[in-house]
Design a protein around this ligand. Structure first.
Ligand code: SAH
Ligand code: SF4
Ligand code: F3S
Length: 478
C-alpha cells in the first residue's frame, strides 16, 4: 500500500482562519467585472473556475450579467461542428453589449481558441483576446495588452501545466457538488476526436493537491466531488521526493477517505484502461458512487478499429461483465456516435445489440461530425448521408429511452440514499437530489432536512429520467 499522507483534520476553526490569512492577503478590487460563459464538457466548466481564480487574484469581481461586465469571456468547445456554431451565434449577442460599452474586453478561451488560434481574430473582429486551455496564467498580461490597444493571443500548449496550486473560485455553485480536475489533455488518438489537438498531451496533477482540494471542499460544506479527466483510468503521479506512485484506484481511495460523508464520482473512464483494481476500490467504499460512464462509441469491432479506440466489442463486453460481477447494481452510462465513416446498417445494428446487452442507465448520443485536422478527416471520407446518421441516431435514442425507464423501474420499492441538492425545478414543495447511481430523485420537502444532507427515500414511481418517492426514517438494512 502506498503511503500518501492524508492531511490531518483540524477542528479548530480559528486556526484554519489564521492559516488562510497567513497564506493570502486580501485582494483589493480593481473595480472591473468579469463575466464568463462556458460550453462543452465538465473540464471546461472547471477551467472557468480556474480562470475566475486567476483574475480574482488581480482584483476582478465575477458577475452573472454580461451587460455590466468589463471583461467577457466565452470558454468554448470544438467537439462537434454544432458546438462551434453555438459559440459563433453567442458572440453575435456580445456585439450589442460591446457597442454600448466599447471598453469591454471580449475573449475566446478553451478548445475553439486552441483550434483556430489567431484566425479567430480575423474571423470575428469583435474578439480582443484568444487564449488556449494551458495559457490561463497569462490572462492578466493579455488583458493588459488589450487595454493598451492591441489584440492578444496565447495558445501555447504545455506538457506540465495542471494548475495544481490554483484554488478555483466556484461559479454558479450550489455549495454541494464540485468538479475537481485531476489531469489534463489526452494521449489517445481516437480518429474522430479533436481533444488531443485542443488540449495537448496528457498530464496528471499532484495527488496531494487533489486531496487537499477535496478536503477543503468538504470543510466548506460540499458533499460531492467529481474527479475529472478525459481518461481518468490512466491517472498516474509519482512523488519525486518519496518515489511513491499513485494510480487512479489509489487516488479514488484517498479521496474516499477524506470523509465517509463525501460522495466521490469520476468521469470519464476509458474501456481500454479501466482495471479490476478500480472496480474493487469502488465496491470497497460506500461513498464512491456506483456509477461508471464508459463510452462505447460503437458496438462493432471494425468501426472501433477505424475509430482507433484500441478495444474490440468483446473487450468492451468483458469490462461490462466485470463491472456487473464486482459492483452489482452499478449504473453504467455511455457515449455513442452514429454514422461514422463507412458504417453499414449491419454494423450499426451491432451498436443497437450492445445497448440491448448492457441496458445502459443513460446515454449521450451523437451523429458523427467530421472535425478538421483529425485522423478520420485525413484518412476517411465522411460518407454516411445526414439522413442515415439521423435515422440511426433516432433508433438508438428511442432504445435508450426504453432502457432508462427499465433501469429506474428496478429501483421501485427500494430505499434510495439521496444527497439533497435543492428544491425541485418543477415544484416548490419538493426536494431533488441524486441517488448513488446518479438518478434524480424527487420527494416532498420536510423541515427536518436541508440541501447538503443525506435523506432516505422510498422509490414509489418513476419517469424515464426521475424517481419519485417519499421520505422514510430508517436507513436501509445492509
Ligand atoms: N474522453 C471521453 C470523451 C470526450 S468527448 C472519452 O474518451 O470517451 C465526449 C464525446 O463526444 C465522445 O465520447 C464522443 O462520443 C463524442 N464525440 C467526440 N468527437 C465527436 C465527433 N467528431 N462527432 C460526434 N461525436 C463526437
Ligand atoms: Fe477524445 Fe478519445 Fe481522448 Fe476521449 S479518449 S478525449 S474520445 S481522443
Ligand atoms: Fe469540448 Fe474541449 Fe471538452 S472540445 S468536450 S470542451 S475538451
Amino acid at each position: 500500500m502506498i503511503g500518501l499522507d492524508i492531511p490531518e483534520k483540524t477542528h479548530d476553526e480559528s486556526k484554519q482562519g489564521e492559516a488562510l490569512m497567513l497564506e493570502k492577503s486580501p485582494v483589493v478590487s480593481n473595480g472591473r467585472k468579469l463575466y464568463i460563459e462556458s460550453y462543452g464538457c465538465a473540464m471546461n466548466f472547471s477551467d472557468s473556475e480556474i480562470v475566475a481564480s486567476i483574475l480574482s487574484d488581480k482584483g476582478f469581481e465575477t458577475t452573472n450579467n454580461f451587460n455590466e461586465a468589463d471583461v467577457v469571456f466565452i470558454n468554448t468547445c470544438s467537439i462537434r461542428e454544432n458546438a462551434e456554431l453555438r459559440v459563433r451565434n453567442r458572440l453575435q449577442h456580445f456585439k450589442n453589449a460591446k457597442a454600448k460599452n466599447p471598453g469591454m474586453v471580449v475573449g475566446v478561451l478553451g478548445c475553439m481558441a486552441e483550434r483556430l488560434k489567431s484566425k479567430f481574430l480575423e474571423e470575428e473582429k469583435l474578439v480582443d483576446v484568444v487564449v488556449g486551455p494551458d495559457a490561463y496564467r497569462d490572462l492578466p498580461n493579455l488583458i493588459e495588452q488589450v487595454d493598451s490597444g492591441q489584440k492578444a493571443v496565447n495558445v501555447l500548449l504545455s506538457r506540465e501545466e495542471t494548475y495544481a496550486d490554483i484554488n478555483p473560485v466556484r461559479l454558479n455553485t450550489n455549495g454541494i457538488n464540485a468538479f475537481v480536475s485531476i489531469m489534463r489533455g489526452c494521449d489517445n488518438m481516437c480518429s474522430f476526436c479533436v481533444v488531443p489537438f485542443t488540449r495537448g498531451r496528457e498530464r496528471s496533477r499532484d495527488a496531494h493537491s487533489i486531496i487537499k482540494e477535496c478536503q477543503d471542499l468538504f470543510d466548506q460544506g460540499y458533499r460531492e466531488v467529481t474527479l475529472l479527466g478525459q481518461n481518468v483510468d490512466s491517472y498516474k503521479w509519482t512523488n519525486e521526493e518519496t518515489t511513491e506512485h499513485v494510480n487512479f484506484a489509489r487516488l479514488l481511495e484517498l479521496t474516499a477517505l477524506v470523509s465517509p460523508d463525501l460522495r466521490v464520482r469520476f468521469s470519464t473512464s476509458h474501456p481500454k484502461d479501466i482495471t479490476d483494481e478500480v472496480l474493487h476500490t469502488i465496491a470497497k467504499y460506500e461513498n464512491i458512487c456506483n456509477y461508471i460512464h464508459l463510452p462505447v462509441q460503437s458496438g462493432n469491432s471494425r468501426i472501433l478499429d477505424m475509430m482507433n479506440r484500441t478495444y474490440t466489442r468483446e473487450w468492451y463486453i468483458d469490462r461490462i461483465d466485470a463491472i456487473r460481477r464486482i459492483i452489482p447494481g452499478c449504473a453504467i452510462s455511455t457515449d455513442v456516435i452514429t454514422g461514422f465513416c463507412t458504417e453499414t446498417d449491419e454494423e450499426h445494428q451491432d451498436t443497437v445489440s450492445m445497448m440491448d446487452y448492457v441496458q445502459y442507465d443513460y446515454a449521450y448520443m451523437f451523429m458523427y461530425s467530421e472535425r478538421p485536422g483529425t485522423l478520420a478527416a485525413k484518412r476517411y471520407a465522411d460518407d454516411i448521408p445526414e439522413e442515415v446518421k439521423k435515422a440511426r441516431l433516432q433508433e438508438i435514442v428511442a432504445k435508450q429511452q426504453q432502457y432508462s425507464l427499465v433501469r429506474l423501474q428496478t429501483q421501485l420499492g427500494k430505499v434510495q440514499k439521496v444527497l439533497i441538492e435543492g428544491t425541485s425545478k418543477k415544484s416548490e414543495n419538493d426536494f431533488c437530489g441524486r441517488n448513488d447511481q446518479n438518478a434524480m430523485v424527487v420527494f416532498p420537502k420536510s423541515d427536518k432536512y436541508k440541501p447538503g444532507q443525506y435523506a432516505y427515500v422510498m422509490a414509489e414511481s418513476c419517469t424515464t429520467a426521475t424517481i419519485i418517492g417519499k421520505l422514510v426514517d430508517a436507513p436501509p438494512t445492509p
